[in-house]
Unconditional design. Structure first.
Length: 333
């Protein structure tokens, strides 16, 4: 009996030693916080575990600015300087807003080893969640903050063999230019209009589009240091009837009532600066759908009210000095 007890003890010790050895093969080490201008060595294990979000602290002077991250395989870098097995994270340029349909407000990137989510927690604080399928380490540097935030969504307005994109920024500092990607290939570039605490309005027309073809456009912001981030995307198809109108008009949205998406059409006689905004019943501005130069023709834009409560809303248009109008629409959830 005594020898059996000794054997049980030895077996238990061996099992515990083996478990400890296996566990010691990979131990994650993920920082809880990281400040702009700082770096950290992130060590992960292949367990597909959702690490608590790394909180990225930026500047209070530009609280909404998006973090620009440098993600490098391994930690034997000038910034991190630790010896460990390198693992390759997705490049920062691959982060796409709404890339995961389950989290449309998050920036999402992935590769064979990682799923990553970047999202705003509150003013000047962002979260970075890391899901891993590989073991190793990478160097994470919070380089700076991207100075561009959109005030209005990227909008595509179809015309006859052309599509006009419009967008507006909430603020700009150190922004260099925007790149327009069509179906994954760069098709145009728009120079930034300079520093502005209140932002700028932009438009760009794709004159090489073909009627009846559906195109996807991605808007990429590029700052003065080369930092890139996709700000938004939209799809549209030009049509032959869009260019032939004889008077300005704002049409009733369709469908109406709607839940949660509706389409708003308007007619423009000649190229003009157009603003199309949404207001709630007490007159508070809730969305800007168009803010930029629009070519002649009939144009349609979509409005998504998924983040709003049910009720009556107003949409108001101003077309240069030529025309202004307001209509009602009803959101029913």
């Amino acid at each position: 009996m005594k020898s059996q007890s000794v054997m049980k003890i030895l077996i238990t010790v061996m099992v515990l030693a083996l478990a400890t050895s296996v566990f010691a093969q990979c131990q994650s080490s993920v920082p809880q916080t990281l400040y702009a201008g700082h770096s950290a060595c992130v060590k992960v294990c292949a367990d597909a575990f959702a690490y608590p979000a790394i909180q990225l602290y930026g500047s209070d002077t530009d609280p909404g600015a998006i973090p620009v991250l440098i993600l490098q395989p391994g930690c034997t870098t000038e910034q991190c300087n630790e010896s460990c097995t390198p693992v390759t994270p997705p490049p920062y340029s691959s982060f796409v807003l709404g890339g995961d349909p389950y989290f449309p407000n998050n920036y999402y990137a992935h590769n064979d080893c990682f799923y990553m989510y970047l999202y705003r927690i509150h003013d000047a604080v962002w979260g970075l969640e890391i899901y891993t399928m590989c073991s190793g380490c990478f160097c994470l540097t919070y380089d700076h903050q991207l100075p561009v935030n959109l005030r209005s969504d990227l909008t595509a307005i179809p015309g006859d063999n052309q599509i006009t994109l419009t967008w507006a920024t909430a603020s700009e500092s150190n922004n260099d230019h925007f790149e327009i990607m069509r179906d994954g290939a760069m098709t145009g570039s728009v120079t930034g209009l300079g520093n502005s605490p209140t932002g700028q309005a932009y438009s760009w027309t794709d004159k090489t589009a073909t009627n009846g073809v559906i195109y996807r456009y991605d808007l990429v912001s590029v700052d003065a240091t080369g930092g890139r981030l996709v700000l938004g995307h939209v799809t549209a198809s030009p049509n032959v009837g869009a260019a032939h109108v004889t008077e300005y008009a704002l049409l009733q949205n369709y469908p109406n009532p709607f839940n949660p998406v509706t389409s708003i059409s308007f007619d423009v006689v000649e190229a003009s600066h157009v603003t199309l905004k949404i207001f709630n019943p007490v007159g508070a501005h809730v969305a800007t759908l168009v803010d930029g130069t629009v070519g002649a023709g009939r144009h349609s834009v979509s409005f998504d009210g998924s983040k709003l409560t049910s009720g009556l809303y107003f949409y108001s248009i101003t077309i240069g000095n030529h025309y202004s109008a307001t209509r009602k629409m009803l959101l029913v959830k």
